[in-house]
Design a protein around this ligand. Structure first.
Ligand code: ZN
Length: 471
């Protein structure tokens, strides 16, 4: 078997790992690269392999940095199947079309400027038609069930194991037979955490010979997920006292529903007053509907809560906004409110307008609840936390950061370094022959690698993009 790391290698976006088994090519994830614009533009348009040669794709979860480049794959000739869980398929059906819409609109915007300067025009990375086309390739399967991949002579079986990261998220287990030898490859996908709202806790993948592990929070720890509510309570109270707004950049899928769930719990317990909460993202509205369709992914607490009649996706003070005019009206809203909007890393979407309108008012709070990758506006805002007055560019204009920046550490959907090490220590080190760290920034990955070596792990690799290994 060969593995080539084609994305999320020494970085956190663009997850793509190419396996070649018995001469057939299987792609684990097909994520979109985000960050430096020019670089991402090239990476997303040019795969390191020929999409038409792929036998199939196995998808860990629906986040755009794991699934967002599937329509490009389709546009460039991929005709195979895409294996994933049911909730991942349903989330992809809305997220990929939404992403295509953003691609089309962004390109339109850029082309207007280019046309004025008589520069050649761009095509969008992909279109809504491409997104709809690739959705035809999806095949959904339940968790914990071994499935033979079609067309591989019963030599490769895939099992999806709960990852506890977002709705439908899975770790991937592959039972492989090649040249008469059997071995097992595991891929953690994005590994979630214990006690996250709504979701089940991650399960153990079981012993494997080869493991691809995420390493997003290498070198870093965050607060226990049980502290989500106390951190949230403190931030809400701070904003109410100052009479300011709370602006929350949030992934439409996952973090937003978990945040609304936590707010619902705090309000129901009387720990914070009911105050206006706006979820300003058409995609979130649709994603929340998908959540409602997949109670099989809920933990016991959420199931019990729902059974008791509480709408965990928001009490009557939560307003979901689809219409762009209603979104604009939020600019005139007086008094304390919370505006939750996408994109999660502040790279596109309505959140940019809300940040532009609110970031320079010292009464306001920008509440960060997700990971902000290098070179994103979100990261620059986080970095401005300790140096008020820092300027950030939004839509080409500079804005002084005067709002308070609050990073709610406990909210992360990823295991931190200690949680990762605890999880990885479950694997039998005598069976595990190679451990590849993916989906992390190099500096943090090296720290994690050092800690893992202390725990007795050998043969740890931190592959670069494009690097291949013979197994
Ligand atoms: Zn993810």
């Amino acid at each position: 078997m060969k593995i080539q790391f084609c994305g999320a290698a020494q970085t956190v976006t663009g997850s793509q790992h190419l396996l070649e088994i018995n001469g057939k090519k299987i792609l684990l994830d097909c994520g979109m690269s985000q960050g430096k614009r020019e670089e991402s533009f090239q990476i997303n348009r040019h795969f390191l392999f020929d999409p038409a040669e792929l036998h199939c794709v196995i998808l860990s979860h629906a986040h755009i940095d794991h699934a967002g480049n599937l329509p490009t794959l389709y546009a460039k000739g991929f005709t195979g199947r895409i294996y994933c869980t049911s909730a991942t398929r349903d989330l992809c059906s809305i997220m990929l079309q939404d992403s295509a819409y953003i691609q089309e609109k962004d390109t339109e915007f850029v082309n207007k400027r280019r046309a004025k300067r008589h520069e050649p025009l761009f095509n969008p990375l992909y279109t809504i038609e491409d997104a709809r086309g690739v959705l035809e390739c999806f095949e959904a399967f339940p968790y914990n069930k071994k499935i033979f991949i079609d067309g591989l002579d019963n030599k490769v079986e895939v099992t999806f194991i709960e990852a506890g990261h977002i709705l439908g998220s899975s770790q991937v287990l592959l039972d492989i037979e090649e040249n008469g030898k059997k071995f097992i490859l595991g891929f953690t996908g994005d590994l979630g955490r214990y006690h996250l709202p709504i979701l089940k806790d991650p399960d153990f993948l079981g012993n494997v010979d080869i493991l691809l592990s995420e390493s997003t929070y290498g070198g870093r720890t965050h607060h226990n997920a049980e502290m989500i509510e106390s951190e949230l309570e403190a931030t809400v109270k701070e904003a109410i006292e100052a009479g300011g707004k709370i602006i929350v950049p949030s992934f439409s899928v996952g973090r937003t529903q978990e945040l609304v769930y936590a707010l619902t719990e705090l309000e129901t317990a009387g720990k914070i007053p009911k105050f206006p909460i706006f979820v300003d993202s058409p995609l979130t509205v649709n994603a929340t509907d998908v959540f409602k369709l997949h109670p099989e992914c809920f933990d016991k607490e959420t199931s019990d809560y729902l059974a008791s009649g509480v709408n965990v996706f928001g009490l009557d003070n939560v307003e979901y906004i689809k219409d762009v005019n209603d979104s604009k009206k939020l600019n005139e809203f007086k008094g304390t409110c919370m505006i939750i909007s996408a994109s999660g890393m502040c790279e596109a979407g309505r959140i940019l307008h809300h940040l532009a309108n609110n970031i320079s008012n010292n009464k306001n709070v920008i509440m960060i609840i997700g990971f902000m990758a290098e070179n994103t506006l979100g990261r620059r805002i986080v970095e401005a936390k300790d140096t008020p007055g820092t300027k950030v560019k939004i839509f080409g204009e500079e804005h002084k950061v005067k709002a308070k920046i609050r990073v709610l550490n406990a909210f992360s959907g990823h295991a931190d370094q200690n949680e990762l090490i605890a999880y990885l220590n479950k694997f039998d080190k005598n069976i595990l022959k190679k451990l590849f760290l993916v989906h992390g920034e190099l500096e943090g990955q090296k720290i994690l690698e050092g800690e893992l070596r202390k725990s007795g792990f050998k043969n740890i690799f931190i592959p670069k993009r494009g690097e291949g290994y013979n197994i």
